[in-house]
Design a binder for this molecule. Sequence first.
Ligand SMILES: Cc1cc2nc3c(=O)[nH]c(=O)nc-3n(C[C@H](O)[C@H](O)[C@H](O)COP(=O)(O)OP(=O)(O)OC[C@H]3O[C@@H](n4cnc5c(N)ncnc54)[C@H](O)[C@@H]3O)c2cc1C
Ligand code: SF4
Length: 407
Amino acid sequence: MPLNIISEANRCLNCKNPLCRKGCPVSTRIPEIIQLFKQNRILEAGEILFENNPMSLVCAKICNHERQCTGNCVLNHKGNPIHFYEIEEYISDTYLDRMEIKKKESNGIKTAIIGSGPAGMTAAFKLAEAGYDVTIFDEKPEVGGMIRYGIPDFRLPKTILDRYQKRLEEYGVKIRLNTPIGHSIFIEDLFRDNYKTVFVGTGTWRAKALGLVGETLANVHYGIAYLSNPSSYHLGENVAVIGMGNVAIDAARTAFRHGAKRVMLYARSKRIAASEDEVQYAKLDGCEFIFGKQIEKITENGPVFKTAIFDENDKVIGYEEELDQVKADSTIIAISQGPKDKLVNTTVGLLPNEKGLLITDESGMTTLEGVFAAGDVVHGSLTVVHAVRDAKIAAESMIRYMEPKNS
Ligand SMILES: Cc1cc2nc3c(=O)[nH]c(=O)nc-3n(C[C@H](O)[C@H](O)[C@H](O)COP(=O)(O)OP(=O)(O)OC[C@H]3O[C@@H](n4cnc5c(N)ncnc54)[C@H](O)[C@@H]3O)c2cc1C
Ligand code: SF4
């Protein structure tokens, strides 16, 4: 364990108006959890964490703490904030294996969840806990969504997801894998088979293309595709990564672990979308961050850039005339992701916005009666804790929606 979490807990000021809690998208009851931890009431603390955020173990490991809980701790003004996530990780890790399965008596009402990522898993826990008969459908062979197929094992061990799957099954959740909805079976088939509501948590799995010359070359790949199965790629020694977000950094760090000797990340501006922690680790791994490079095209030898000219505020104000051909054996494009359109194209009345993301009201209901949605497929690629926050709202709405039919 990198920090002594007991001395970390002892430093907490137990603020009456905790800013750390305000900084957490799911309002984790941080001071209260720390007090329970100090009294060795780990399982009580774990229960509160899990109830509020079933993905607390995942969040403790991979949230952007610097922008959320830690970054808002009042002790930042002394330069030494509490690293609550380390305490949260210890408690959630202990609790996940020792938790008591508490759920209401089964009401026999069926509900379907499409997607087993953080949004789908959160909704499944909440609905199963409330006594509903939950079935998860996922097109992949294993549960977890992007946190299994995107985030590398060195950041989030996949065994955690196996443990989550076990807990879901103990809650009575049925899991049907290798089953894309919108392929052989459709949302209307779910209603035919008496699922009273459907939750869509299908995420954003379509890599955004650059639309540039050279993008179809054999040594050009998309970051999310690479991360889902890196050992099937032969990237060579020199790898260029276009982008500096989470996906770009995970792809770059993974490339080092699969034989690359030099990995360079390129961005047009001087802004890095990924968290500061991730950037530091990537630098430790040897990643080089190169700013002010606007991709023009990709050749067999690597990407070609225009070099930006910045003003004193680091704003791009123009480009140098000469093009910069970078030598790379492979180029990975990781600029962003959007949703696939399989469900929208096969479901009458399920409407997306102009970005292809599902339209929902504030309760999480889509434009189709009885179909709810949350997570990346609604707000675009964001984070686990945001998917949890919105999936909880949608699950509560689904329960309210199904309740009258219950009596
Ligand atoms: C490389 C990478 C690094 C990241 N790093 C972080 C990080 O450090 N911290 C953080 O908080 N977040 C991070 N994220 C973002 C985070 O993983 C996502 O925000 C989160 O997983 C979204 O959850 P979701 O449940 O909405 O969707 P997803 O996790 O994408 O899950 C969607 C699921 O739906 C399934 N599915 C899709 N279509 C269908 C269909 N038609 N039928 C059946 N199943 C379907 C998919 O197989 C998948 O299992 C990262 C993402 C990536 C890609
Ligand atoms: S859920 Fe994330 S942001 Fe909230 S306290 Fe835990 S680690 Fe911090």
